[in-house]
Design a protein around this ligand. Structure first.
Ligand code: AMP
Ligand code: ZN
Length: 476
């Protein structure tokens, strides 16, 4: 089998993947801040992590995957400024006339996130960890940093001193001097802060904040970055294989995760950092003001299936920006529909037969080679179509290959509808009688009757496909 390679943001190189323990590859993904619906950009980040996890399994690894939900009311800016995000959710609900608490908002949007995730057939992580349930672990981590001299306290917060961690900018490749100089005056909200880039581990001066916890430094709440470090280390250990997230997290969030984790443990935190590029809408950045901030609700309201969006995301490599347009989504829908119909046909022809072993098949090898090449899903998708269109492969081989490929693609191909899964025995009998009558009409060259019978089949929501193996009837 092809050897797996990833582009590692940390080393800026394509590297062979060597797991710490092949029996349990450890994977961490930054999850949603649960104060609003996920937008389609977020959904790309989660679809990417999902295909990565599925590809690892396809290549024979066992994976343990952790994702957090940020349900602590974090401030809506990386620079420790702004409004509590969960309170934004409460305020918006109040504007709609709903009276809710911060906890209601966090629960509601965690549920909405899970619904969106499931609708796109994104597999649940082995552990979905809400930040609010892990505050003691965060406090322990901050205590360690304080004891080792990496953290200091002001009247407003406990900070991480970035100048104490010499490799602070290793993930982004930026120069710390430039960062320190580049910070604008108005961003400095705490005059006691030693360096403008120092980031908040524990916030103290926000008595009106809705969620507060006791701590050795006083009542407050944890910083955003410390959430991910604490939860990743709680479930995956100090040293983990792969961490994913969008490219926006490289210079701040993930840079800070590395600094805190490695300063506290003295060990390397993550071997492979994988980042997905952004979704743009009509070639511009998504923003509320441009009204192009789509969520799954918008996709479904326009009559698309969440799996159409999944197919669209499979068409682009994760490290390239992808442009979302409604036309592109229509293209993805018709390609997916076509693929499902082909699978329906193959499943029908193969009905009742023993599954084939394709573990050594050359197409499987080709598919794996694409996956191994830094998760080249668009390449892998091209192999799917080669298999579908092949005139040499038997139907049994096609069914087995497509089912195996779908463990990575997640398009639910093995659930493609057949007559037997979609209709009752009586309905099937009736449909097959019309099909037989149509065959006879065609033999007798009674084209009018043949057409009429075809229309009756269309009315019954089935389609007749003539193949070299014979006529196949599939749900339309
Ligand atoms: P957030 O809730 O802002 O932390 O975002 C959740 C995930 O979505 C993170 O991994 C972000 O990097 C990612 N993300 C945010 N916006 C986009 C976008 N437009 N396209 C792709 N990924 C995004
Ligand atoms: Zn994170």
């Amino acid at each position: 089998m092809a050897t797996l390679h990833f582009y590692n943001t940390l080393t800026r190189q394509r590297e062979q993947f060597v797991p710490i323990n092949p029996e349990k590859v450890t994977l961490y993904t930054c999850g949603p801040t649960v104060y609003d619906y996920a937008h389609i950009g977020n959904l790309r980040a989660y679809t990417f992590a999902d295909t990565l996890k599925r590809a690892l399994a396809f290549m024979g690894y066992k994976v343990f995957h952790v994702m957090n939900t940020t349900d602590v009311g974090q401030l809506d800016s990386d620079a420790d400024l702004g409004e509590d995000k969960i309170m934004i959710g409460v305020r918006r609900a109040a504007e709609r006339g709903e009276k809710v608490t911060v906890w209601d908002i966090a629960h509601l949007y965690t549920e909405k996130f899970i619904e969106d995730r499931d609708s796109m057939n994104i597999l649940p992580p082995d552990k979905l960890a809400p930040a609010t349930e892990h505050v003691p672990q965060m406090i322990e981590l901050i205590k360690k940093l304080e004891a080792k001299g990496f953290a200091y306290r002001t009247s407003k917060a406990v900070y991480f001193d970035v100048t104490k961690f010499p490799t602070y900018t290793k993930l982004s490749g930026q120069k710390l001097e430039n960062l320190l100089e580049g910070v604008r005056e108005e961003v400095v909200v705490d005059s006691e802060k030693r360096n403008p880039m120092d980031f908040r581990l524990w916030q103290l001066d926000q008595p009106n904040h809705a969620m507060l916890w006791d701590s050795p430094w006083g009542k407050g709440f944890p910083g955003w970055h410390v959430e991910c470090s604490a939860m990743a280390m709680t479930y995956l250990g100090n040293h983990i294989d792969i961490h994913t997230g969008g490219v926006d997290h490289i210079p701040v969030h993930h840079t800070n995760e590395i600094a805190q984790s490695e300063a506290a443990t003295g060990e390397k935190f993550v071997n492979y950092w994988l980042h997905n590029e952004f979704i743009r809408v009509d070639n511009v950045k998504m923003s509320k003001s441009k009204n192009n901030f789509y969520s799954m609700k918008d996709i479904v309201e326009k009559g698309f299936s969440p799996l159409d969006l999944r197919y669209l995301y499979l068409e682009a490599h994760y490290r390239f920006p992808q442009n979302f347009t409604w036309e592109a989504l229509e293209g993805a829908r018709s390609a997916r529909k076509n693929l499902v119909e082909q699978m329906s046909m193959f499943l029908t022809l193969h009905e009742g037969k023993v599954p084939e072993d394709v573990s050594k098949n050359e197409y499987r090898e080709k598919f794996a080679t694409y996956l191994a090449d830094d998760l080249n899903i668009p390449g892998a998708l091209s192999v799917v179509w080669e298999v579908v269109k092949s005139s040499e492969l038997s139907v049994g081989t096609k069914v087995a290959l497509l089912a195996a490929f779908d463990t990575v693609l997640g398009l639910k191909l093995s659930e493609a509808p057949t007559l037997y899964s979609s209709f009752s025995a009586e309905e099937i009998e009736e449909i097959l009688k019309i099909v037989n009558d149509r065959e006879s009409a065609k033999k007798e060259k009674d084209w009018t009757l043949a057409d009429e019978l075809r229309n009756r089949l269309t009315e019954k929501k089935v389609r007749v496909i003539d193949t070299k193996e014979g006529t196949v009837v599939v749900p339309a």
